[in-house]
Design a protein around this ligand. Structure first.
Ligand SMILES: [Zn+2]
Length: 288
């Protein structure tokens, strides 16, 4: 390789040609410097580009994190509100249980579970998850407890509807429950119901919900209707002029089942009303 290089400058206006001699070492050094400068430039340009991208990304992430933190905070507030509402529900339920004469708190069911503010780190996802789990447990407990109350109230309502109550017809009492002198034989016999005098055709109504067990005509009781109310209760309506229901028919308290008459062994138009509990006649007067 030549030790020297010559650079010749030729002016375009036919001026004096100039020649500059440069040693090859200088040329190599210059080339090296150019390469280093170019390399440094490329490096810094690349770094700057990366820095700009990273900075934008960082800003975007910071913004997203800030928004997420706000969302988490509002979630914590919402959860706290839900929790307070659950506690209010628990209090209402406790009062309902008290009214229903149920034990205050069913076995194994806590009244309420602690609030969210008990812990310091409410902004973490773990904490929120923990609170959600708690609320889920609480909801399940409330559901179980309310189901118990509902079942009990349903039973009580059913029993109440099935318990004979009120007058079976509009009239006036002419004969009470108990021992009395028979109007037919003159001997003392047990009168197993109440006699209510009323005009022929006066409606006779069921005194409780139930199912018509029998509709028949007997020589003593005349045209009669027997209603089974469940819980051991049965009511008997005798001496009717006509019956308006059939066996197996479901009746509700107040439904007309027959009309007052004078059929069977009867000395005048009246309803013989009998109430039996587990087959044993009981005095219906207390239920009127
Ligand atoms: Zn009677």
């Amino acid at each position: 390789m030549a030790r020297r290089f010559s650079v010749i400058f030729v002016p375009e206006d036919n001026g004096h040609v100039r020649r500059v001699r440069i040693r090859s070492g200088v040329v190599k050094s210059a080339l090296c410097c150019c390469l280093i400068v170019a390399g440094l430039f490329a490096f810094f340009a690349y770094s700057y580009f990366n820095f700009t991208v990273d900075r934008d990304e960082l800003q975007r992430l910071r913004f997203a994190t800030s928004q997420q933190r706000q969302t988490l905070k509002s979630l914590v507030v919402d959860l706290e509100e839900v929790h307070q509402q659950m506690n209010a529900l628990a209090e209402t339920e406790a009062r309902v249980r008290q009214l229903a004469n149920l034990e205050a708190v069913p076995q194994g069911i806590p009244v309420a579970i602690g609030g969210i503010s008990e812990t310091g780190s409410t902004e973490t996802v773990d904490e929120i998850q923990r609170q959600i789990n708690k609320l889920q447990v609480e909801i399940e407990l409330r559901r179980q407890s309310q189901e118990g109350v509902r079942n009990l109230l349903n039973d009580q309502v059913s029993l109440s509807r099935a318990t004979p109550q009120g007058w079976p017809t509009k009239g006036w009492l002419t004969s009470y429950f108990g021992m009395r002198k028979s109007p037919f034989t003159g001997r003392r016999v047990m009168h197993e119901g109440l006699d209510i005098a009323a005009r022929v055709g006066t409606p006779v109504v069921a005194t409780a919900d139930g199912i018509v067990a029998r509709v028949k005509h007997s020589s003593d009781y005349g045209k009669m209707v027997i209603v089974d109310h469940g819980y051991g209760y049965r009511t008997i309506f005798a001496h009717n002029s006509t019956t308006l229901v059939t066996a197996g028919q479901r009746v509700k308290r107040g439904d007309i089942v027959a009309k007052v008459g004078n059929t069977g062994k009867s000395t005048g138009s009246h309803l013989h009303y009998e109430l039996r509990l587990n087959g044993v006649p009981i005095d219906p007067r207390k239920t009127l």
